[in-house]
Ligand binder design. Structure first.
Ligand code: SF4
Length: 322
């Protein structure tokens, strides 16, 4: 039988993974689809180290199964997600738990129809939990493909075609795990180590990996100036539950764009919070006795899910009231 043109590379990857693969990662020592799915969602915007050290295990302790996650109020899920950011992930996780009644389907086609599960995540869960031999296409894989095929620009459809062309269908599990490991330790953004890369023999971009893909000029992020209003009565502070898409479901202090200071208001500090598409330049103002709907003690606020910006504002309130 004629050997696949990538046969040698696939062999290199198997050898490389046996020696250098991150085989001890907790979500690699299980075929529990929920645990694998959770890790995939957490890792979408967050580094492995942060996920392992701070979020993965506490989340599983609170919601050991997808069924228990489905039965929990979404507020509890958001609270457990606090600090990870990109809260849509947590809301979709909960939605999927409810939609599936705690049992994930066992194939990529059905997984992809669920809330918050894109094609690459569906393939990853199907491959790692159910041995479906499919390629993945996360940010690490994309970078490797751009460089391996020396592409300056490419759309997702074309990248998927190349992902299918290059992957090892006979060892999809190891191939996909290796792609993630090679992308984060060898074919990195800033320091590609081509000499020790299993792809090097056929890599077309190895002479100058930085050419692929062509860099887009970074747009300067807009700055939004806001006042965070901390209305208070005695030792209680007013919070509202957010309805905006980005922070929907989280609690926070009211924000105003053009607040004018009065004799009932005191500025207690300022801070900046960086989001993906803008920077929040916030001033935090205590305002006395203005009627708001819901007031909470500091202890009660600590039990609510707050955004990073509102946590910073709360820290200023606590410091001011010491
Ligand atoms: S040989 Fe170099 S550029 Fe090519 S995939 Fe490996 S690390 Fe990346």
């Amino acid at each position: 039988m004629k050997k696949d043109k990538y046969h040698k590379i696939h062999q290199n990857i198997l050898v490389w993974y046996a020696e250098f693969g991150r085989v001890t990662l907790p979500w690699r020592n299980t075929n529990n689809a929920y645990k694998i799915y959770l890790s995939e969602i957490m890792l979408q915007q967050t580094q492995v180290k942060t996920v392992i050290e701070r979020f993965y295990f506490p989340f599983l302790e609170k919601f050991p199964t997808l069924k228990e996650l489905a039965n929990a109020p979404v507020d509890d899920v958001l609270k457990a997600w606090e600090g990870l950011g990109y809260y849509t992930r947590a809301r979709n996780l909960h939605k999927t738990a409810v939609e599936t009644n705690g049992l994930l389907p066992n194939n990529a086609e059905a997984l992809e129809k669920l809330s918050g599960i894109g094609k690459s995540t569906a393939h990853a869960v199907a491959c790692f939990a159910f041995n479906e031999p499919l390629p993945i296409l996360d940010a690490n894989v994309k970078r490797i493909l751009y460089r391996f095929f020396a592409l300056t620009s490419c759309n997702d459809k074309e990248l998927w075609e190349l992902a299918y062309e290059l992957y090892d269908k006979n060892n999809a599990y190891i191939y996909n795990q290796s792609m993630m490991d090679i992308g984060s330790s060898i074919c990195t953004h800033k320091n590609p180590l081509c000499d020790v890369c299993p792809f090097v023999s056929l890599c077309r971009g190895k002479e100058n990996p930085f050419l692929y893909p062509e860099k887009k000029k970074k747009k300067k992020k807009p700055v939004r100036k806001r006042t965070l209003m901390v209305y208070y009565q005695e030792n209680k502070y007013a919070l509202v539950q957010n309805r905006e898409r980005l922070l929907s479901g989280l609690w926070g202090f009211k924000q105003e764009e053009d607040f004018k200071m009065t004799r009932n208001s005191t500025e207690i500090g300022t801070f900046k919070q960086h989001y993906t598409h803008f920077t929040l330049d916030a001033s935090v103002v205590l305002v006395k006795n203005k009627h708001q709907e819901k007031y909470f003690t500091i202890d009660e606020i600590h039990d609510l899910a707050l955004s990073g910006a509102d946590r910073k504002a709360l820290a200023l309130v606590e410091k001011y009231c010491e």
